[in-house]
Design a protein around this ligand. Structure first.
Ligand SMILES: Nc1ncnc2c1ncn2[C@@H]1O[C@H](COP(=O)(O)OP(=O)(O)OP(=O)(O)O)[C@@H](O)[C@H]1O
Ligand SMILES: [Mg+2]
Length: 317
């Protein structure tokens, strides 16, 4: 084998020209040519994680990849056509590359395993760009090693992560949470992360290290609207408002931008006020507060919690 052919096994030429438009600065995939993409989308139900997979999948499908979408919820067939009927058909699709977006129906880990193996085989054999979307990753991967099908499926996904780079296999996995959901290996190797709205303050401790020195805190995460994410890429952290995938536009309404979340409880007010100067807090006289509360549409309970947090804060300053 000449050094040239050796080299060609791991060169991702398609990556050198590919660009993703995900709502921020265009993401130049040449930065990922040596590692491949291991993308992760984390956030609660309805924050737009699946749309991110579709968006990237559609864009890569136009730039030389075949996108394979695992569809546990039967929502993709409506958008991208019937799922393959069996493993054989998936293999043929990956060999012929005549369909740019291929849907695979798998509702649980046991159904995933044979298709996952076909993808590993095909990636090994053909080494042509593949983008695999594993939606609802927690169905197919677990944080701890298990013996049943989910252990087997998790091993396959870990192989996508570990062996993908040299086999032109790129990946996007979604998870509801950052801990206790999908296998740590995925998080350890991820190089493109989308973090959506977090309502649960307990989730912040696991996420905080990612935002170290960025000035972004839990309040910023909880104020994200559907389709908005903090995107952590090779370039750093950026807030992105993702466009809707073409196929989703046809079947779903765009989410209405949510109002920025305002503090409701004493502790939320307390946290919010700590960042405000004493002079500004002192200026919050009763009539000013009433006016601001009305403008923001605060409830009576929110007003009362805010007032007592303000009093407490001014007393300790
Ligand atoms: N970028 C976006 N802009 C506007 N609306 C969006 C966007 N992304 C998603 N939506 C809307 O939000 C809905 C939910 O999006 P999506 O299915 O991607 O969320 P999800 O995080 O995958 O939720 P689940 O965990 O329930 O599967 C979509 O059907 C669409 O109406
Ligand atoms: Mg989804």
């Amino acid at each position: 084998m000449t050094s040239e052919t050796k080299h060609s096994l791991i060169r991702r030429d398609e990556m050198l020209k590919a660009v993703l438009e995900i709502g921020g600065q265009p993401l130049d995939l040449s930065e990922y040519a040596t590692t491949g993409l291991v993308a992760v989308g984390v956030g609660p139900r309805g924050c737009g994680k699946t749309n991110v997979g579709q968006l990237i999948g559609e864009q890569l499908a136009e730039q030389g990849w075949v996108t394979v979408i695992f569809d546990p919820e039967g929502e993709m067939e409506l958008m991208y056509g019937d799922a393959v009927k069996d493993e054989e058909e998936l293999y043929q699709c990956l060999e012929r590359r005549d369909r740019k977006i291929v849907v695979v129906r798998a509702t649980d880990a046991a159904e995933f395993v044979p298709y996952g193996q076909v993808i590993l085989d095909a990636a090994d054999r053909f080494r042509k760009p593949l983008f695999v979307v594993i939606d609802e990753g927690q169905l197919f991967s677990a944080s701890r090693k298990r013996s049943e099908s989910i252990g087997e499926a998790a091993d396959i996904i870990n192989e996508f992560v570990g062996r993908g780079r040299k086999r032109a296999l790129d990946l996007y996995v979604t998870a509801l949470r950052y801990t206790g959901s999908i296998h740590r290996l995925i998080f350890a190797n991820k190089n493109l992360t989308f973090i959506g709205c977090q309502e649960d303050a307990a989730a912040w401790s696991a996420l905080a290290p990612q935002f170290k020195d960025s000035g972004i805190d839990f309040g910023d995460l909880s104020a994200l609207a559907p389709g908005e994410f903090f995107c952590i890429s090779r370039r750093g952290i950026e807030k992105v408002k993702t466009p809707m995938a073409e196929a989703l536009k046809c079947v779903a309404p765009a989410a209405k931008a949510a109002r920025r979340a305002l503090p409701a409880t004493f502790s939320q007010w307390d946290r919010a006020m700590r960042g405000i100067s004493t002079e500004r807090l002192g200026a919050l006289s009763e009539p000013v507060m009433t006016l601001l509360g009305k403008v923001a549409g605060l409830s009576q309970t929110q007003m009362l919690a805010g007032q007592s947090a303000l009093q407490d804060e001014l007393e300790v300053r």
